[in-house]
Design a protein around this ligand. Sequence first.
Ligand SMILES: N[C@@H](CCC(=O)N[C@@H](CS)C(=O)NCC(=O)O)C(=O)O
Length: 211
Amino acid sequence: MKLYTRWQNSAGERVRIALNLKGLDYDYVSVGSLGAQAYAAINPQGLMPALELDGQVFTQSVAILDLLEMRFPGYPLLPADPTRRALSIAFGAVIASEMHALTVNRVRKYLAGHGIDEGGVTQWVQHWQSEGFMALETLLARRERAWAYCYGEAPGWADLHLAPQVAAARRLGVALEQFPLVVAIVERCESLPAFIAARPEAQPDFPKSAG
Ligand SMILES: N[C@@H](CCC(=O)N[C@@H](CS)C(=O)NCC(=O)O)C(=O)O
């Protein structure tokens, strides 16, 4: 199994956490070392991550997570209970489809290249991130039980979306004090080997200058 990613790739970090939780070995392929043209031949969107399994390339982190869940059910990322399963998937979608998609680097670059000044770009990011975290905090407050992780006593689908998003929000200067449930769960995740090994600074292509 090959994972095409880069140290700072929060969609890829979701997959790295899933692979670690499931105890699966994989070859880390640094997209930076391949070059844009070579990577476009692998993933036509040019986005990271991509996973190669059994000679087939899979793109889009959520599809990759679903594939891993179906092929390697050993450590389940999703609860068996249909209600909690749907809640977990919806929680992840708030992050992957709304928060991340609207604030990712290429969107920020596009805005900056179309007459939006730095303050405007920051406002854009803060708006979509804060709105998303507000919804996530409410979803957590509404749970039938205050589990240690988002939807259970072990980390799973929702948590592996949440931890990289919180790390990105910290980098982008989003205030997180108003989201205590989010912060408490992420702090718990951040002490686990599966999450620590997936962090940017633990990746082989992490630049010394970024440390
Ligand atoms: N929806 C995609 C998002 C992938 C994505 O946007 N990845 C970013 C990094 S987190 C990327 O590849 N950025 C490179 C670029 O925009 O050129 C997924 O979940 O896999």
